[in-house]
Design a protein around this ligand. Structure first.
Ligand code: PHE
Length: 377
Protein backbone atom coordinates (compact mmCIF):
# COMPACT_ATOMS: atom_id res chain seq x y z
CA UNK A 1 0.00 0.00 0.00
CA UNK A 2 1.37 3.40 -0.94
CA UNK A 3 1.44 6.20 1.62
CA UNK A 4 -0.23 9.57 0.80
CA UNK A 5 3.19 11.15 0.19
CA UNK A 6 4.35 8.53 -2.22
CA UNK A 7 1.16 9.10 -4.17
CA UNK A 8 2.31 12.62 -4.90
CA UNK A 9 5.42 11.48 -6.71
CA UNK A 10 3.55 9.18 -9.07
CA UNK A 11 1.34 9.86 -12.07
CA UNK A 12 -2.37 9.07 -11.94
CA UNK A 13 -1.80 6.33 -14.47
CA UNK A 14 0.78 4.76 -12.17
CA UNK A 15 -1.72 5.02 -9.31
CA UNK A 16 -4.25 3.16 -11.47
CA UNK A 17 -6.66 6.09 -11.64
CA UNK A 18 -8.61 6.30 -14.82
CA UNK A 19 -12.03 7.81 -14.02
CA UNK A 20 -13.27 11.22 -12.87
CA UNK A 21 -14.81 9.61 -9.73
CA UNK A 22 -11.46 8.15 -8.73
CA UNK A 23 -9.88 11.57 -9.24
CA UNK A 24 -12.47 13.19 -6.97
CA UNK A 25 -12.06 10.66 -4.21
CA UNK A 26 -8.26 11.03 -4.40
CA UNK A 27 -8.61 14.80 -4.00
CA UNK A 28 -11.12 14.31 -1.20
CA UNK A 29 -8.54 12.20 0.64
CA UNK A 30 -5.95 14.99 0.38
CA UNK A 31 -8.42 17.66 1.41
CA UNK A 32 -9.27 15.66 4.52
CA UNK A 33 -5.59 15.29 5.22
CA UNK A 34 -5.11 19.05 4.90
CA UNK A 35 -8.04 19.75 7.19
CA UNK A 36 -6.68 17.50 9.88
CA UNK A 37 -3.29 19.21 9.64
CA UNK A 38 -4.81 22.69 10.04
CA UNK A 39 -6.21 21.72 13.44
CA UNK A 40 -2.62 21.27 14.65
CA UNK A 41 -1.68 24.88 13.85
CA UNK A 42 -1.28 26.61 17.23
CA UNK A 43 1.37 29.26 16.65
CA UNK A 44 3.43 31.09 14.05
CA UNK A 45 5.87 28.19 13.66
CA UNK A 46 3.38 25.43 13.09
CA UNK A 47 1.49 27.75 10.72
CA UNK A 48 4.64 28.23 8.62
CA UNK A 49 5.25 24.47 8.50
CA UNK A 50 1.73 23.91 7.19
CA UNK A 51 2.03 26.69 4.63
CA UNK A 52 5.35 25.38 3.29
CA UNK A 53 4.14 21.79 3.17
CA UNK A 54 1.14 22.73 0.99
CA UNK A 55 2.14 25.89 -0.88
CA UNK A 56 5.95 25.51 -1.02
CA UNK A 57 7.10 26.31 -4.54
CA UNK A 58 9.39 23.34 -5.10
CA UNK A 59 7.92 20.47 -3.17
CA UNK A 60 4.67 21.72 -1.68
CA UNK A 61 1.71 19.37 -2.14
CA UNK A 62 0.04 21.63 -4.70
CA UNK A 63 3.19 21.84 -6.84
CA UNK A 64 3.61 18.06 -6.79
CA UNK A 65 -0.05 17.59 -7.72
CA UNK A 66 0.38 19.97 -10.64
CA UNK A 67 3.59 18.36 -11.84
CA UNK A 68 2.79 14.69 -11.28
CA UNK A 69 -0.94 14.43 -11.61
CA UNK A 70 -2.18 17.31 -13.77
CA UNK A 71 0.54 17.73 -16.33
CA UNK A 72 0.93 14.06 -17.32
CA UNK A 73 -2.84 13.36 -17.11
CA UNK A 74 -4.59 11.84 -20.11
CA UNK A 75 -6.72 14.32 -22.08
CA UNK A 76 -9.87 12.58 -20.76
CA UNK A 77 -8.92 13.16 -17.12
CA UNK A 78 -7.24 16.56 -17.41
CA UNK A 79 -10.44 18.55 -16.99
CA UNK A 80 -11.47 16.63 -13.86
CA UNK A 81 -7.99 16.93 -12.34
CA UNK A 82 -7.83 20.66 -13.21
CA UNK A 83 -11.22 21.32 -11.59
CA UNK A 84 -10.40 19.37 -8.43
CA UNK A 85 -7.00 21.00 -8.16
CA UNK A 86 -8.52 24.49 -8.41
CA UNK A 87 -11.01 23.65 -5.76
CA UNK A 88 -8.32 22.25 -3.46
CA UNK A 89 -6.07 25.27 -4.04
CA UNK A 90 -8.89 27.68 -3.16
CA UNK A 91 -9.62 25.72 -0.01
CA UNK A 92 -5.95 25.60 1.01
CA UNK A 93 -5.45 29.32 0.30
CA UNK A 94 -8.44 30.47 2.35
CA UNK A 95 -7.75 28.11 5.21
CA UNK A 96 -4.10 29.11 5.44
CA UNK A 97 -5.01 32.81 5.46
CA UNK A 98 -7.68 32.14 8.10
CA UNK A 99 -5.27 30.20 10.30
CA UNK A 100 -2.78 33.04 10.07
CA UNK A 101 -5.25 35.61 11.42
CA UNK A 102 -6.25 33.20 14.14
CA UNK A 103 -2.64 32.68 15.20
CA UNK A 104 -1.94 36.44 15.19
CA UNK A 105 -5.03 37.21 17.22
CA UNK A 106 -4.07 34.50 19.70
CA UNK A 107 -0.53 35.89 20.07
CA UNK A 108 -1.90 39.36 20.70
CA UNK A 109 -4.27 38.06 23.30
CA UNK A 110 -1.46 36.32 25.20
CA UNK A 111 0.79 39.36 24.94
CA UNK A 112 -1.84 41.75 26.22
CA UNK A 113 -2.75 39.33 28.99
CA UNK A 114 0.93 39.41 29.99
CA UNK A 115 1.09 43.23 29.92
CA UNK A 116 -2.15 43.84 31.69
CA UNK A 117 -1.85 45.79 34.92
CA UNK A 118 -3.75 44.21 37.75
CA UNK A 119 -4.83 47.15 39.86
CA UNK A 120 -6.02 44.89 42.63
CA UNK A 121 -2.47 43.66 43.41
CA UNK A 122 -0.71 45.24 46.43
CA UNK A 123 1.95 47.84 45.45
CA UNK A 124 5.71 47.43 45.76
CA UNK A 125 6.74 48.58 49.24
CA UNK A 126 9.66 51.01 49.13
CA UNK A 127 11.32 51.51 52.51
CA UNK A 128 11.36 55.22 53.33
CA UNK A 129 14.53 55.12 55.41
CA UNK A 130 15.24 57.21 58.46
CA UNK A 131 17.64 59.81 59.79
CA UNK A 132 20.99 58.48 60.84
CA UNK A 133 21.30 58.46 64.63
CA UNK A 134 24.14 61.01 64.42
CA UNK A 135 21.86 63.35 62.44
CA UNK A 136 19.11 62.86 65.03
CA UNK A 137 21.45 63.70 67.91
CA UNK A 138 22.72 66.79 66.07
CA UNK A 139 19.10 67.88 65.76
CA UNK A 140 18.35 67.22 69.45
CA UNK A 141 21.34 69.29 70.50
CA UNK A 142 20.62 72.09 68.02
CA UNK A 143 17.02 72.31 69.29
CA UNK A 144 18.19 72.69 72.88
CA UNK A 145 20.57 75.52 72.00
CA UNK A 146 18.02 77.18 69.69
CA UNK A 147 15.72 77.38 72.69
CA UNK A 148 18.24 79.59 74.53
CA UNK A 149 19.11 81.91 71.68
CA UNK A 150 21.98 80.21 69.85
CA UNK A 151 22.06 79.97 66.05
CA UNK A 152 23.85 77.51 63.76
CA UNK A 153 26.89 78.37 61.66
CA UNK A 154 29.08 76.09 59.59
CA UNK A 155 32.68 76.21 58.41
CA UNK A 156 35.07 74.44 56.03
CA UNK A 157 36.36 70.92 56.70
CA UNK A 158 39.61 71.79 54.92
CA UNK A 159 41.52 74.38 56.92
CA UNK A 160 44.77 76.27 57.07
CA UNK A 161 47.00 75.67 60.11
CA UNK A 162 46.28 79.30 61.03
CA UNK A 163 42.58 78.67 61.71
CA UNK A 164 42.99 75.14 63.05
CA UNK A 165 45.91 76.03 65.37
CA UNK A 166 47.60 79.44 65.45
CA UNK A 167 44.56 81.69 65.86
CA UNK A 168 43.41 79.32 68.60
CA UNK A 169 46.59 80.13 70.49
CA UNK A 170 48.32 76.89 69.47
CA UNK A 171 51.69 77.95 68.03
CA UNK A 172 53.80 75.84 65.72
CA UNK A 173 55.64 73.68 68.26
CA UNK A 174 52.96 73.45 70.91
CA UNK A 175 52.67 69.93 72.29
CA UNK A 176 48.86 69.94 71.96
CA UNK A 177 49.38 69.43 68.24
CA UNK A 178 50.62 65.93 69.08
CA UNK A 179 47.19 65.02 70.47
CA UNK A 180 45.65 66.08 67.22
CA UNK A 181 47.88 64.20 64.80
CA UNK A 182 46.57 65.58 61.59
CA UNK A 183 45.79 64.74 57.99
CA UNK A 184 47.64 67.20 55.78
CA UNK A 185 46.58 67.47 52.13
CA UNK A 186 48.97 66.63 49.34
CA UNK A 187 49.01 69.76 47.22
CA UNK A 188 50.26 70.36 43.68
CA UNK A 189 53.76 71.91 43.51
CA UNK A 190 53.66 75.68 43.91
CA UNK A 191 50.16 75.71 45.43
CA UNK A 192 49.78 77.91 48.51
CA UNK A 193 49.62 75.67 51.54
CA UNK A 194 49.73 73.77 53.74
CA UNK A 195 46.11 72.65 54.13
CA UNK A 196 44.69 70.09 56.53
CA UNK A 197 41.45 68.39 57.51
CA UNK A 198 40.25 70.24 60.60
CA UNK A 199 40.90 68.33 63.81
CA UNK A 200 38.07 70.10 65.65
CA UNK A 201 35.25 72.55 64.98
CA UNK A 202 37.04 75.28 66.97
CA UNK A 203 38.44 77.07 63.84
CA UNK A 204 34.85 78.15 63.16
CA UNK A 205 35.08 80.21 66.38
CA UNK A 206 37.70 82.27 64.60
CA UNK A 207 35.79 82.52 61.30
CA UNK A 208 32.70 83.64 63.20
CA UNK A 209 34.43 86.29 65.30
CA UNK A 210 36.25 87.63 62.23
CA UNK A 211 32.88 88.22 60.57
CA UNK A 212 30.68 89.30 63.49
CA UNK A 213 30.89 91.70 66.36
CA UNK A 214 29.65 90.66 69.81
CA UNK A 215 27.18 89.55 70.98
CA UNK A 216 27.89 86.14 69.43
CA UNK A 217 25.96 83.02 70.35
CA UNK A 218 26.55 80.21 67.88
CA UNK A 219 26.83 76.45 67.67
CA UNK A 220 28.79 74.72 64.93
CA UNK A 221 27.86 71.14 63.98
CA UNK A 222 30.26 69.30 61.72
CA UNK A 223 32.72 66.56 60.87
CA UNK A 224 36.28 66.54 62.18
CA UNK A 225 39.28 64.36 61.37
CA UNK A 226 42.18 62.90 63.33
CA UNK A 227 44.79 60.30 62.55
CA UNK A 228 43.40 57.87 65.11
CA UNK A 229 43.39 54.12 64.66
CA UNK A 230 39.83 52.82 64.60
CA UNK A 231 38.63 51.01 67.71
CA UNK A 232 35.46 51.00 69.83
CA UNK A 233 35.91 54.66 70.84
CA UNK A 234 38.08 56.10 68.03
CA UNK A 235 37.45 56.90 64.40
CA UNK A 236 39.52 58.98 61.95
CA UNK A 237 36.34 60.94 61.23
CA UNK A 238 33.82 61.89 63.88
CA UNK A 239 31.41 64.67 64.78
CA UNK A 240 31.45 67.69 67.05
CA UNK A 241 29.28 70.61 67.97
CA UNK A 242 31.26 73.66 68.88
CA UNK A 243 29.62 76.30 71.01
CA UNK A 244 30.68 79.94 71.39
CA UNK A 245 29.09 82.74 73.36
CA UNK A 246 30.82 86.14 73.57
CA UNK A 247 29.29 89.31 74.96
CA UNK A 248 30.15 92.26 77.16
CA UNK A 249 29.43 90.59 80.49
CA UNK A 250 29.40 86.81 80.27
CA UNK A 251 30.50 85.16 83.51
CA UNK A 252 31.71 81.72 84.52
CA UNK A 253 28.27 81.22 86.12
CA UNK A 254 26.54 81.88 82.80
CA UNK A 255 28.88 79.29 81.35
CA UNK A 256 28.26 76.46 83.84
CA UNK A 257 24.55 77.29 84.01
CA UNK A 258 24.24 76.98 80.25
CA UNK A 259 26.08 73.65 80.17
CA UNK A 260 24.03 72.30 83.09
CA UNK A 261 20.82 73.33 81.31
CA UNK A 262 21.95 71.59 78.14
CA UNK A 263 22.97 68.35 79.89
CA UNK A 264 19.67 68.15 81.78
CA UNK A 265 17.68 68.78 78.60
CA UNK A 266 19.65 66.16 76.73
CA UNK A 267 19.96 63.35 79.31
CA UNK A 268 17.09 64.13 81.67
CA UNK A 269 16.35 66.37 84.66
CA UNK A 270 17.77 63.83 87.14
CA UNK A 271 21.29 64.03 85.71
CA UNK A 272 23.79 66.16 87.63
CA UNK A 273 26.84 67.91 86.18
CA UNK A 274 30.24 68.81 87.55
CA UNK A 275 33.40 70.23 86.06
CA UNK A 276 37.06 69.50 86.63
CA UNK A 277 40.06 71.62 85.70
CA UNK A 278 41.54 70.86 82.34
CA UNK A 279 43.68 72.49 79.70
CA UNK A 280 43.06 73.89 76.21
CA UNK A 281 45.28 76.64 74.75
CA UNK A 282 42.23 78.66 73.61
CA UNK A 283 40.28 78.66 76.90
CA UNK A 284 41.27 79.93 80.31
CA UNK A 285 40.23 78.53 82.66
CA UNK A 286 39.58 75.25 80.88
CA UNK A 287 37.35 72.53 82.23
CA UNK A 288 36.12 69.04 81.51
CA UNK A 289 32.40 68.52 82.11
CA UNK A 290 31.13 65.30 83.62
CA UNK A 291 27.58 64.03 84.05
CA UNK A 292 26.40 61.74 86.79
CA UNK A 293 26.52 58.26 85.26
CA UNK A 294 23.43 57.72 83.10
CA UNK A 295 23.74 53.95 83.46
CA UNK A 296 23.86 53.56 87.27
CA UNK A 297 22.16 56.83 88.19
CA UNK A 298 25.41 58.12 89.69
CA UNK A 299 25.55 55.44 92.39
CA UNK A 300 28.58 53.64 90.96
CA UNK A 301 26.75 50.35 91.48
CA UNK A 302 25.33 48.46 88.51
CA UNK A 303 21.59 47.64 88.52
CA UNK A 304 22.54 43.97 88.61
CA UNK A 305 24.79 44.57 91.65
CA UNK A 306 28.57 45.02 91.57
CA UNK A 307 30.55 47.95 90.22
CA UNK A 308 29.04 49.89 87.30
CA UNK A 309 31.22 49.06 84.30
CA UNK A 310 30.42 52.29 82.49
CA UNK A 311 31.70 54.75 85.11
CA UNK A 312 33.97 52.18 86.74
CA UNK A 313 32.21 52.79 90.03
CA UNK A 314 32.94 56.54 90.15
CA UNK A 315 29.35 57.57 89.44
CA UNK A 316 30.55 60.13 86.88
CA UNK A 317 31.05 60.05 83.12
CA UNK A 318 33.27 62.43 81.22
CA UNK A 319 31.29 64.44 78.64
CA UNK A 320 33.33 67.13 76.86
CA UNK A 321 35.84 69.95 77.11
CA UNK A 322 35.01 73.61 77.51
CA UNK A 323 36.16 76.85 79.11
CA UNK A 324 36.15 80.63 79.14
CA UNK A 325 37.58 82.00 75.89
CA UNK A 326 41.27 82.79 76.41
CA UNK A 327 41.80 86.58 76.01
CA UNK A 328 44.72 85.74 73.68
CA UNK A 329 42.20 84.46 71.13
CA UNK A 330 40.40 87.83 71.06
CA UNK A 331 43.69 89.33 69.93
CA UNK A 332 43.54 87.26 66.71
CA UNK A 333 40.06 88.51 65.78
CA UNK A 334 40.34 92.13 66.85
CA UNK A 335 37.95 91.90 69.78
CA UNK A 336 38.91 94.00 72.77
CA UNK A 337 39.68 91.52 75.62
CA UNK A 338 38.99 94.24 78.16
CA UNK A 339 35.46 94.73 76.91
CA UNK A 340 34.29 91.19 76.07
CA UNK A 341 34.19 87.79 77.72
CA UNK A 342 32.69 84.50 76.80
CA UNK A 343 32.79 80.72 76.84
CA UNK A 344 33.28 77.90 74.38
CA UNK A 345 32.68 74.17 74.38
CA UNK A 346 33.32 71.25 72.01
CA UNK A 347 30.87 68.38 72.28
CA UNK A 348 31.74 65.01 70.73
CA UNK A 349 28.47 63.95 69.12
CA UNK A 350 29.35 60.32 68.62
CA UNK A 351 30.29 59.96 72.27
CA UNK A 352 27.08 61.62 73.48
CA UNK A 353 24.96 59.49 71.13
CA UNK A 354 26.68 56.36 72.45
CA UNK A 355 26.00 57.36 76.06
CA UNK A 356 22.38 58.33 75.48
CA UNK A 357 21.43 55.35 73.32
CA UNK A 358 23.61 52.69 74.97
CA UNK A 359 25.91 52.00 72.01
CA UNK A 360 29.29 50.55 72.86
CA UNK A 361 31.11 50.72 69.51
CA UNK A 362 31.57 53.98 67.58
CA UNK A 363 32.24 51.98 64.38
CA UNK A 364 28.56 51.02 64.01
CA UNK A 365 27.82 54.64 63.07
CA UNK A 366 29.92 54.33 59.95
CA UNK A 367 29.24 50.75 58.84
CA UNK A 368 25.73 51.62 57.66
CA UNK A 369 24.31 48.24 58.53
CA UNK A 370 20.55 48.63 58.11
CA UNK A 371 19.95 46.32 61.07
CA UNK A 372 21.58 49.00 63.22
CA UNK A 373 20.05 51.99 61.45
CA UNK A 374 16.50 50.56 61.60
CA UNK A 375 16.59 50.62 65.39
CA UNK A 376 16.43 54.42 65.32
CA UNK A 377 13.52 55.32 63.04
N1 PHE B 1 38.33 71.74 70.39
C1 PHE B 1 38.49 70.94 71.57
C2 PHE B 1 38.73 69.48 71.16
O1 PHE B 1 38.39 69.11 70.09
C3 PHE B 1 37.26 71.00 72.44
C4 PHE B 1 37.01 72.37 73.00
C5 PHE B 1 36.25 73.25 72.29
C6 PHE B 1 37.53 72.75 74.24
C7 PHE B 1 35.98 74.52 72.82
C8 PHE B 1 37.28 73.98 74.74
C9 PHE B 1 36.52 74.86 74.05
O2 PHE B 1 39.24 68.71 71.93
Amino acid sequence: MSTPDSKLTQTLAALGISSAEQVQSLFAEFRARFDSQTTRVIDENSWKTLRDAWLGRKSGVLTLVTDNWLKPATPELKRAVGASLNELRKHVDTQIAARRSAVEAGAEATASAKDRVDLSLPGVMRPIGSHHLIRTVFQEIEDIFFSIGFSVVEGPEIETPYYNFEALNIPEHHSVRDDMDTFYLELPKGAPGPLLLRTHTSPVQIHTMEKRQPPVRVIVPGKVYRRDNPDATHSFMFHQIEGLAVDSDITFCDFTGTIDYFVKQFFGEGVKTRFRPSYFPFTEPSVEFDASCVFCGGSGTAKTGGTCGKCKGSGWIELFGAGMVDPAVYGFVNYDPKKVSGFAFGIGIDRLAMLKYGIDDIQVFFQNDVRFLRQFP
